[in-house]
Design a protein. Structure first.
Length: 226
DNA sequence: AAAGCTTTCAACCGCGTGGGT
DNA sequence: AACCCACGCGGTTGAAAGCTT
C-alpha cells in the first residue's frame, strides 16, 4: 500500500482511502451517477484523482463486488482461463461474476502462480498423489472432461449476476450507509447544479465535520461554473 | 518477547485504445 | 490526418499483517 500523503504539485490525496472518502464517493455516485471520472472528484468534494476514484469504485465500492475467498470453481476458471488467455486479467475476471481484474490478478500472483509453477516442475509428484492434471481439479471425471466441467461452472456463474440484478436493488453491506443501486443507474448522471450539490452535501450528515460542503462547493464553483 | 523475514493486497503508474474534434 | 482526452488494462510497489526463528 502506498504512503498516505498528498501530491505537493496537485494537492490531491494519495494512499489509503478513508471510510469518509468511501462514503462520499458512494453517496455522490448514488445521487448523480458516473459521468466523468476526471471531473467528478471535485464535484464529490474529494481531493483525489479521477483515476484513483475510478479504481476505488470499480474494485471495492461497486455494489456487486464479491469479497472473500475464492471458491474451488473460481480457482478452476482462473487456472483454465489463464492457460488459454494468459495475463488477460480483465477477460478472466469477466468469467467470474463479482470479481475484479485486480482481485484475480492478486489471487493469481499470491496463490495460483506458485501452484502452477510447482506442478510444471513436478508433474509426476502430483499425479502420484492422485491430483489431477488440471491444476486445481481432483475429480477424475472432471479431469477427463475439463472443458465440460468448466462450462458447467460457467453456467452456474452466469446466473449469479441475474440474481443480483433481478432484485430491485442491492445493498452496500460492507459499509454503514445503505444506498439504492439499480442496475442501469450508472453512466447517466450529471454533475448537478450548485443548489443540488449544496443540498447533497447538507444531507451527508455523517460528514458534518469534514471540510466539505460550502467551502468545497465555493472552491470549485468559482473556477468551474463562472 | 522481539527482531527479521515473507506474504498479501490496496493503490499507483505508465501505456494502449477509442471516441471526439 | 492529427491531436486531445478519458478510460481501461496490466505491471509494479510498498505498508500492513502474519509467520518464523
Amino acid at each position: 500500500m502506498r504512503t498516505p500523503n498528498s501530491n505537493m504539485n496537485t494537492g490531491l490525496r494519495k494512499g489509503k482511502w478513508s471510510h469518509e472518502e468511501d462514503q462520499m464517493l458512494i453517496a455522490y455516485i448514488s445521487r448523480y451517477g458516473i459521468w466523468n471520472w476526471s471531473q467528478m472528484p471535485r464535484f464529490a468534494g474529494l481531493a483525489r484523482s479521477g483515476k484513483s476514484c475510478r479504481l476505488r469504485w470499480m474494485n471495492y465500492l461497486k455494489p456487486n463486488i464479491k469479497r472473500g475467498n475464492f471458491s474451488k470453481e473460481e480457482e478452476e476458471i482462473i487456472l483454465h482461463s489463464h492457460s488459454v488467455l494468459g495475463n488477460k486479467w480483465s477477460a478472466i475476471a469477466s468469467k467470474l461474476p463479482g470479481r475484479t481484474d485486480s482481485e484475480v490478478k492478486n489471487y493469481w500472483h499470491t496463490h495460483l502462480k506458485k501452484r502452477v509453477s510447482h506442478y510444471n516442475k513436478n508433474p509426476e509428484t502430483h499425479e502420484q498423489n492422485g491430483e489431477s492434471t488440471e491444476f486445481g481439479c481432483n475429480n477424475m471425471d472432471e479431469m477427463e472432461q475439463p472443458v465440460n466441467h468448466l462450462n458447467k461452472v460457467l453456467e452456474s456463474c452466469a446466473t449469479y449476476e441475474d440474481d443480483i440484478f433481478s432484485s430491485s436493488s442491492s445493498t452496500i453491506t460492507s459499509k454503514d450507509q445503505e444506498v439504492d443501486f439499480r442496475y442501469d443507474y450508472y453512466d447517466t448522471g450529471s454533475p448537478g447544479t450548485i443548489d443540488d450539490l449544496q443540498s447533497f452535501w447538507q444531507q451527508l450528515s455523517p460528514f458534518e465535520n469534514l471540510e466539505v460542503g460550502n467551502t468545497q462547493l465555493n472552491m470549485f464553483s468559482n473556477d468551474f461554473f463562472y
